[in-house]
Ligand binder design. Structure first.
Ligand code: CDP
Length: 231
């Protein structure tokens, strides 16, 4: 079966990574969570004291980019690759609301984007990759054979993320999650470098009222049809 590149973009907490993982498992593709990389750089900036509430020394982060080594290592128990920052597993730390609050500011920086996009393109060089993010279909893999753009209402998305964090044991309120979702939507869509926009050739899917099964069935069929069409 021909291997293709699948780009999944969309607003925050739309369940892109769930779909991407399911597709990667089904087709034996590599899954890359590009958002995890932006989150990892953000965690680095937080650990170094370059970013905090009302303060961001982006110059310091830019000059430290050379020291930031990001890798994914497959965890066979979890069935997906976890994010490592300078050889330390940071998969859990990068999912906090704290990181979510700062990540969009870090992701606005062109130097950060250039470094991560280059690494993402290398990871997809042999095709057979599913990558999710904000600029995958528009910047990282402009020639991807399949581009999906996922959306859902802000309330539904906030509820999903809230449930996820509560289940992890994080102390968060629905209200602050909703605010963060809306804030990131705005910053990600209005930034100068690689804003979140729908690629011309992307298929749009609103999953506000879809179950996970319905969503997977629909996207699996779209993917299979695309692979068959190209084979
Ligand atoms: O999972 P969630 O929808 O909360 O977001 P994510 O995919 O983990 O991405 C976190 C943040 O990283 C986004 O809000 C963007 O600011 C940034 N990002 C980006 O700019 N470009 C990407 N390709 C992926 C993420």
């Amino acid at each position: 079966m021909r291997k293709i590149t699948i780009a999944i973009d969309g607003f925050s907490s739309t369940g892109k990574s769930t779909i991407a993982k399911q597709l990667a498992n089904k087709f034996q593709y590599v899954y890359v969570d590009s958002g995890a990389m932006y989150r990892a750089v953000t965690l680095y900036a937080m650990q170094k004291g370059f970013i905090s509430k009302n303060f961001f020394n982006s110059d310091k982060l830019i000059s430290d980019l050379i020291k930031i080594n990001l890798t994914f290592k497959f965890n066979p128990v979890l069935g997906f690759a976890e994010m490592y920052l300078n050889n330390t597993n940071i998969e859990k730390e990068i999912r906090t609301l704290e990181v979510s609050k700062f990540v969009s500011k870090v992701a606005e920086i062109s130097e950060v984007r250039r470094k991560l996009v280059e690494q993402q393109q290398q990871m997809g060089i042999n095709k057979g990759v599913v990558m999710d993010g904000r600029d995958i279909g528009t910047v990282v893999f402009q020639n991807a054979e399949l581009k999906l753009f996922i959306n859902a209402s802000a309330e539904k998305r906030a509820k999903r993320r809230f449930d996820e964090l509560i289940q992890r044991g994080d102390k968060v309120t629905f209200d602050e999650i909703l605010k963060n979702v809306q804030y990131r939507d705005h910053v990600d869509s209005t930034r100068e470098d690689s804003p979140l926009i729908i690629a011309e050739d992307a298929i749009e899917i609103d999953n506000s009222d879809m179950t996970l099964e319905e969503q997977f069935k629909k996207i699996y069929k779209i993917t299979l049809d695309k692979i068959n069409e190209l084979s």
